[in-house]
Design a protein around this ligand. Structure first.
Ligand code: NAD
Length: 479
């Protein structure tokens, strides 16, 4: 049991203003595994004031990028040594299978941090350009105090996508973890203290959505970075629009995997274990619409059903587990409701369904629907669980049209024996990323969404730009 009765504000463990608590339940046992304060607007005021002081009067924004990289490099080294404890903790709080967790919930966040530490040495922070009347210095300055709001499904990853570039840029941060998965942020806070970041540079207040909305609207925030649902993203984008406050939005998805006629089916179906079902299907970029050529439809349906029905479902802490429990009862019921919707819409249940695989814990049977039409709700709406929709297509043009017929535009993939042709097809998919014969994210390449999947990009040098203001300093030519 992990009990925390303080908040990490101003570099200290501070008593919360209110008395409310958030109980963290194990998705596997349904028992309480942790307790943290439920942050209130008064806590947000204290956290924003600490971040403001650290930005306006502290050393952090005035250090050179190399000095900041040295301190963040210490954090990265601590993180690298202790990633297993982070993976175990995230698995305990939100049910990610440990084999995914080691990689996706701990190793990748650390790699993202290290990427921005390294980028500090090569990024162009300042340059001289010739102007009409003389030289101009173009400099890039930190944007200020950042609000980082992120979800429970990949908490360290979605936090680090914001924290690492914000910090290397010289910003200070108020982070708001979700009520479902706030424990990992406490572990990170301990490492942040140990690494010696100046006080107030990072502040953490776990809380629900009302307190999150209060943070977004706080007058002393300079930039908002959000990952979460499209509905919340719209509300946050509107609040930021009213205040002309820069905002990055990483939102939902309904990504398509296009299997071309010539694809190696065994390798493709194996690839879907990660591309479509990573993290119990609780992944924004999961490829949950599988597009199969009509000529190979039955073959694909059989192979997909065999793979999905053979997945090991169980305790996420077991190394053999491939699908763990969903984060909460609410999420289990939501996913089950989509299974009902799929049946009511006339899709064919190929495997899975509504029988719960275990009596205890928020498990859902991995499920595949066949004969899905792209106008069905199970093809249009984000389910966020291990439920796949298999859609037949007539020819390649039809496949591209179906993939693009979505309100979302986050990820996607093309599976083919001809990689060059796969790249040509990927170019025509209106999404922020589209893999060929795999789906992955890289620390040094941009990630984000078209359409309702978001605004802006994280990762890569592109992911640093939202934390910088560009300033031009022109002056007369010297004789
Ligand atoms: P959510 O939008 O309900 O909550 C996300 C976070 O925002 C939580 O911390 C929540 O407390 C807070 N929040 C909610 N409404 C808010 C508001 N109006 N103002 C301020 N804060 C608010 O999302 P969720 O259900 O926790 O997470 C799942 C969603 O996240 C899915 O839609 C998924 O696709 C998306 N996601 C996107 C990415 C990406 O990079 N595009 C990555 C992971 C998850």
């Amino acid at each position: 049991m992990r009990e925390h009765d303080r908040l990490f504000i101003g570099g200290e463990w501070t008593a919360p203003a209110g008395t409310g608590t958030i109980e963290v339940l194990s998705p596997h046992t349904e028992e309480v595994v942790g307790r943290v304060p439920d942050g209130t607007p008064a806590d947000i005021d204290a956290a924003v004031a600490a971040a403001r002081r650290a930005f306006d009067h502290g050393p952090w924004p005035h250090m050179s990028p190399a000095e900041r990289a040295e301190i963040l490099g210490r954090l990265s080294a601590l993180y690298a040594e202790r990633q297993q404890s982070m993976a175990d903790l995230v698995t305990e709080e939100m049910g990610s299978p440990i084999m995914f967790s080691i990689f996706g919930q701990a190793a990748i966040p650390q790699m993202v941090l290290q990427y921005y530490v390294d980028l500090a040495a090569t990024f162009t922070w300042e340059e001289e350009r010739p102007g009409m009347l003389g030289p101009v210095t173009v400099t890039r300055e930190p944007v200020g105090v950042v609000a980082a709001i992120y979800p429970w499904n990949v908490p360290q990853f979605t936090l680090m996508l914001k924290l690492a570039p914000a910090l290397i840029a010289g910003c200070t941060v108020v982070a708001k973890p979700s009520p479902e998965a706030p424990l990992d942020a406490y572990l990170l806070a301990e490492w942040i203290q140990e690494a010696g970041l100046p006080e107030g540079v990072v502040n953490i207040v776990p809380a629900g959505r009302e307190t999150g909305a209060y943070l977004v609207e706080h007058p002393d925030i300079d930039k908002v970075a959000f990952t979460g649902s499209t509905a919340a993203g719209r509300a946050i984008g509107a609040a930021c629009g009213a205040r002309l406050r820069p905002v990055t939005l990483e939102l939902g998805g309904k990504s398509a995997a296009i299997i071309l006629e010539d694809a190696d089916l065994a390798a493709t179906i194996e690839g879907f274990k990660l591309a479509s079902l990573m993290n119990n299907g609780e992944a924004c970029a999961a490829q949950t619409r599988i597009l199969a050529p009509r000529s190979r439809y039955e073959e694909v349906a059989d192979a997909l059903a065999a793979m999905v029905s053979g997945l090991n479902v169980g305790d996420p802490a077991d190394y053999g587990t491939e699908i763990g429990p969903l984060v909460a009862r609410r999420q289990q019921e939501r996913v089950e409701n989509y299974i009902r919707i799929g049946q009511d819409e006339g899709a064919k249940l190929i495997t899975g369904g509504l029988d719960r695989p275990l009596d205890r814990g928020w498990y859902v049977k991995p499920t595949v629907f066949g004969d899905v039409r792209n106008d069905m709700r199970i093809a249009r709406e984000e389910i966020f669980g291990p439920v796949l929709a298999l859609l037949p297509y007539e020819d390649e043009e039809d496949a591209i049209a179906i993939a693009n017929d979505s309100e979302y535009g986050l990820g996607g993939s093309v599976w083919t024996a001809d990689v060059d042709h796969g790249v040509e097809v990927a170019r025509r998919i209106r999404t922020g990323s589209c893999g060929v014969n795999l789906y992955t994210l890289d620390p040094n390449t941009p990630f984000g969404g078209y359409k309702n999947s978001g605004v802006g990009r994280e990762l890569g040098p592109e992911g640093l730009l939202p934390y910088l203001e560009h300033k031009s300093i022109p002056r007369p030519a010297q004789a």
